[in-house]
Structures are given as C-alpha cells and as structure tokens.
Design a protein around this ligand. Structure first.
Ligand code: GN1
Ligand code: MG
Length: 366
C-alpha cells in the first residue's frame, strides 16, 4: 500500500488539472493497486493505479492498446453526436514526459485515468434493467471496436482464455504439488478432468476458421461495466486485457457474474446458480448491439460461452490454490478454493440450463 506522500508525488508526474487533496484505496480488483485521488475540483478526480507488471509484462505495450482503444471509441462517440463522453469512455491522462505511464524510483509502473463521476458498479446484478444495460454495454464495446484501424492489438497476457494452455498449467501444478494441497481438493480436480475435452469447443471452432478473432475486452465481469445514476450503461473499464479474442469470452464472462445471484466467492453453494430472467435481459441487450455483425457459428455457439468462462475461472482459482496462492490477491487462506467451488457449482447450473439458454438466443435472432 502506498502512503499519501507517495501518492501525491506520483500524481504530480501526470498532467492533471487541480491539486492533490487526498488519496485512498479504491475498488475490488484482484491485480493492481487502485487509488482514487481527489482534487477538490468538481468533476476532476482521478483514478491512479500501480500496475502489476509481474502479471502484465509489457506495460508500455498494454498502455498503447488502451490508448488506441479509448481514442477510437471517443472519436466514434463524437461522430455519433454523443453527450457526456468523459463518462462514456475512459480518459487516459498523460504523464508530464508524454508517456501514458510513469515508472517510480522503485521501478513500479503507474498510470492515471479521469475518475468517472456518479457511476454505479455492481458485483451482483439487482434487476433485469441492469442486466439489459450490461448486455448492451458489452455488445456496443465489441461493435465500436470492430473497425479499429492499425496493427493487431498486443496480446497483453498471451493465451489468456486459451483453455488448453490453462489446463496444461493445471496439470503441471498437479504434478508438482509444491504445497501438498492436491490431496485436499480431489473433488474439484475430478470436476475439471471430467470436462476438459468438451471445454475446447470454442478453441476448435476458431482453429477450423468457423469463428473469427475479434477485439474483445476479456475481463467483462459485471463490476467492470459502469452504469450511471439511473442505471443506464456508461462504459467498460479495466481495459488491460483488451486484445484479440472470441466474442464468446465476453458474453460468457459477463454472464458468469451477471446471471449468478451471488458473489463469485460465495461459500453457501446452495445460493449459487443461474437466474434465467437476468440471462434473458442481458442477452437481449447484447444481441441488439451485435446481431448484425456476428456470424452464424458465433451465434449458434454463444450459449457455450458462460459455462466455458466459468470453468476457466474456476480452473484458474483452483490452480492458484494448488500452487500456493501466487496469482490472485486473497482475503482469507482458503479464498481461492472457495472461489473455485462457487465457480464449479455455477458451471453445473449453466449446464443444466443450456438448452433453455440456446433457445433464448434463437428466439431473439429469429
Ligand atoms: C481478475 O483484475 P480483476 O480483478 O478485474 C482476472 C480476471 C478474472 C477475475 C476474477 C488479469 O480480474 O481474468 O476473471 O480476476 N484478471 C487477470 O474475479 O487475471
Ligand atoms: Mg481485470
């Protein structure tokens, strides 16, 4: 954690309006350290982040992705005559040296955004309208970026949602068993083993050329969608993993968190499961924005996204538990295994509702 003095010094390295008044920890991310910086000037507060460069190895490359993506979205919103654009698109604040990040004396990377005032962000969706707006936000993000000019975006974490690679890492962790935890999580391991082949469906469709790589967000959990004071969609945040991907990843990962009625680390597993009305509202919003661009295979396999993404997250939490909690921030000793159990319970629920999920999609598509 950083203290006020340090935050103030870092803040001064960026081209911000207003003076540093206070800074405090903000948000619930598992990866970076995030602070809200208040300047006392209306509408001009900032979000300052110390970036985790063990996980993101190429910070300048990552920042370049984010700069390109936000600039493109901003231009399109301007062309469409949108109002209030500073709330509908993240604003990257440049450093005094002209970069979009700075490095402190200890070698840590920092970046800063304009803080989006009066936003709402929900860990758990409360009603159908929020779900619909969330679906719209994800679909719109994908369609706004469908014509991003320039070279392919950098892969900020190679093979991020590649389930085959995730499984390889998992099997390595099982073999090494450095923390002697493998014996304590047999049920969870068996859960993975019994599904590892079927979870490759999307990867295989991609390999066969049946679904295209597009630009996707890749971390669309519901609390990365900002809504306004009336719960209307504003924008997506947490753009670190925006890179080439399949649309199923975004559709699936947001339903993982939106259609589940409880938090991703819920310990009362009887509460974990898919809310089909929420699913329907989200899917309606998503398809309204994307139905013109998606191809038939993308649509036909959309319903596979939620169980795939939930499986991948459960697998990653489980792997991290077996490896001794080296990746995710944890808030209690068994946090990763709790997360993993909740995710696997949710996979089962998606499996149970799969036919119904498919027909919701075909009903909307007609
Ligand atoms: C991490 O940064 P944060 O907390 O939004 C993770 C996601 C997981 C998520 C699970 C770079 O996201 O992939 O879905 O935790 N991000 C990275 O809550 O690993
Ligand atoms: Mg993230």
């Amino acid at each position: 954690m950083s203290n006020g003095n340090e935050l103030e010094n870092i803040f001064k390295s960026f081209n911000a309006e207003g003076n540093y008044l206070s800074g405090y920890t903000f948000g619930t991310g598992h990866i970076h350290d995030t602070y809200k910086i208040e300047t006392g000037r209306d509408q001009k507060n900032y979000l300052l982040q110390k970036l985790n460069n063990k996980i993101f190895r190429d910070i300048p490359g990552l920042q370049d992705n984010i700069y390109r993506v936000t600039s493109h979205i901003r231009i399109k919103l301007e062309q469409e005559g949108e109002k209030d654009i500073d709330r509908k698109c993240l604003t990257v604040i440049e450093a005094i040296d002209g970069n979009t990040w700075i490095q402190d004396d200890g070698g840590n990377y920092w970046r800063m955004f304009l803080f989006i005032p009066d936003h709402r962000s929900y860990d758990v969706v409360k009603n159908n309208d929020q779900a619909y707006e969330g679906g719209k936000a994800i679909g719109r993000f994908q369609s706004l970026l469908s014509d991003l000019p320039g070279p392919r975006l950098r892969e900020t974490i190679p093979f991020f949602h590649d389930v085959e690679k995730r499984l390889e890492t998992f099997h390595r962790a099982l073999n090494d068993d450095t923390e002697s935890r493998v014996g304590t999580v047999k049920d969870e391991i068996n859960f993975v083993l019994s599904r590892q082949e079927e979870m490759k469906t999307i990867l295989n469709l991609g390999r066969q050329g049946k679904i295209p790589m597009r630009i996707t967000h890749n971390d669309t959990k519901f609390n990365n969608i900002l809504l306004d004071e009336d719960d209307r969609a504003l924008c997506l945040i947490d753009l670190d993993t925006v890179m080439p991907g399949y649309v199923h990843y975004d559709f699936g990962d947001s339903l993982r968190t939106a259609a589940n009625m409880v938090a991703e680390d819920e310990t009362d597993l009887s509460k974990v499961g898919v809310n089909m009305t929420i699913y329907r509202s989200f899917t309606k919003g998503y398809l309204e924005q994307t139905r013109e661009v998606l191809n038939i295979n993308e649509i036909n396999y959309l319903s596979v996204g939620p169980s795939l993404m939930t499986f991948i997250m459960g697998l990653r939490f489980l792997t991290d538990y077996i490896m001794g909690d080296v990746y995710y921030k944890i808030h209690k000793p068994d946090h990763n295994i709790c997360r993993s159990r909740a995710q696997f319970r949710l996979v089962e629920s998606f499996e149970k509702h799969h036919e119904e999920m498919r027909s919701v999609i075909s009903d909307f598509i007609g």
